[in-house]
Ligand binder design. Structure first.
Ligand SMILES: [Zn+2]
Length: 94
């Protein structure tokens, strides 16, 4: 469910809670936006994100053969989320 962040800046703790899901693309657009905004000015969480990404890549490598394209796609996913702009807070009043 959404709602862990309301109309305020996310805290480091909140970002940490959803960071993995954020990387997996399992958070809604609004949450992704909050995370992204926080990462924008919080170097610490940015490093955390990089760590998670590195872990994901490492895990993928350890498994079966992984299409490098898939890894790259995964890595680019978060960036795409940010660049897309994500419109406004759609569906916030429904
Ligand atoms: Zn932070």
């Amino acid at each position: 469910m959404k709602g862990w962040i309301r109309r305020r800046e996310a805290t480091c703790a909140e970002v940490a809670q959803v960071l993995q899901r954020y990387l997996d693309g399992q958070v809604d657009d609004l949450t992704a936006r909050r995370v992204r905004r926080h990462l924008d000015h919080c170097r610490r969480c940015g490093l955390e994100l990089e760590t998670y990404q590195a872990i994901k890549v490492a895990l993928a490598r350890r498994g079966e053969r992984v299409d490098p394209e898939a890894v790259e796609r995964l890595r680019a996913f978060g960036e795409r989320l940010a660049e897309r702009g994500l419109g406004e807070d759609s569906g916030s009043s429904a």
